[in-house]
Design a protein around this ligand. Sequence first.
Ligand code: UDX
Length: 506
Amino acid sequence: MTTTTLSVIGVGYLGAVHAASMAELGHEVIGLDIDAERVAALQAGIPPFHEPGFADILARGLATGRLRFTTDYADLAGAEVHFLGLGTPQRADGFGADLSHLETAVDALAEVLPSRSGAPTLVVGKSTVPAGTARLLRERLAHLDGVQLVWNPEFLREGFAVQDTLDPDRLVYGVHDPEDAAAEQAIEMLDGVYARILEKQPPRLVMGYEAAELVKTSANAFLATKISFINAVSEMCEVTGADVTDVARAVGMDDRIGAKFLRAGVGFGGGCLPKDLRAFIASAEEHGVGEALGFLREVDAINDRRRGRVVELARELLGDLHGRRVTVLGAAFKPDSDDVRDSPALDVATRLRAAGAEVTVTDPEGLENARPRMEELAELEPDLDTALQGAELTVLLTEWSQYRELDPARAAALVTAPRMIDGRNVLDPQHWRAAGWTLRSLGRADALPAPRPAATDQSGASEAVTGEAGAGEAWTGETRTGESRARPEGARASAARPAEPVPALV
Ligand code: UDX
């Protein structure tokens, strides 16, 4: 493998992981960011975010001298390949993507590229962008000799970022004109950078710019749609008395559908799915085909309704929330991450606070990032046991393993009242109820808002609901484990009654 000198512009989540991963592959890498604090931290080997495996490859890259960081574009002048890892956040004035960071970076890069005096140079876009962006950015580089632009979207998941970068399930290269000889040279250069990744023979697909851009936005929109689909089914389950985990498991066994991303709960958040979904809607509208993606507005609305549903459940359990002590388990948008961008947990905590509750939020990794947004609104308590003390209601919103594995008897001894809302469907309802908890979840029969049509007697309905709730399931990353849902004979009859009567449901 030949060593390439390359740069990564924008060392946020995507860029920092990409830079360290490229150094891990043996390249000479310089990461650039305008955030001097971030650059200093990375140069000192301090990961600015929690990501399994990242600290190791960062340390290795720095130790070998193959990886370094800068704030100065002039330091990039000698590199043969430049990756663009800049953020494309939602615009302040609407749903569209803010491309200003990318545009500014490409213009700044264009200033230093002439020093290569025509030697082949490759610019590789990795950011998620609306279709048409690469073509516009290419125009900003058109006056430079020997410079090619490829759009190579990144599909990494937080929590698996290093693994996804070094061992991707596919590589997509978007080029200006797949038939053009210049494109062939660009493809060859990028193949050289990824040579060690390509040894494992992942599919490597070459297409036009717009297709590559659309692959990424469609993939994220599809994932969001899948989650909202099962969450819409959750709403049906709540009014019909079905258990969404039963439905999802059986539906997911159809391999045309698949079990992944069918985990019903409080829905999706993070720095990608919500904003990419909205940018996709905005882009369709700008192209005059808003109707085509109009359904994605509903995907967003379903996601928002699930968050509201948690607050409704809190009211059903506590009545007026003013002055009531609620502990929220989770701040990060998903486990194994400290990322709190568009976190469902923090959104629900904010809504509970707005309804008058005294909120405590705990999380193993996410509290520092939550602080600027939540400091005024909630007590931020890193210690789980301390956070549970005094709670009149506990709400699980991020499925960290320490919450999934919480011992209900031990937790019951800490809280003031054993009431739990399982916003991720990861606790075993029978187990928790047997330990004296009143447990409510999203999309499971126990969250039934009214007696089922067949049941005329409220207490009878309640008993049936308790007994039918089924066993909890544990999730490991995206893979479901704990599939056994065998219910012992007589489980229904012997299921523990809730510690206190389930309040009248309206
Ligand atoms: C996502 C895409 O998966 C990734 O391919 C893309 O590159 C970036 O965006 P990420 O933001 O890391 O990755 O999170 P992901 O694992 O997709 O989860 C997104 C959200 O959906 C989380 O809040 C998660 O809790 C939620 N989710 C996921 C569900 O509610 N149910 C599911 O079944 C799966």
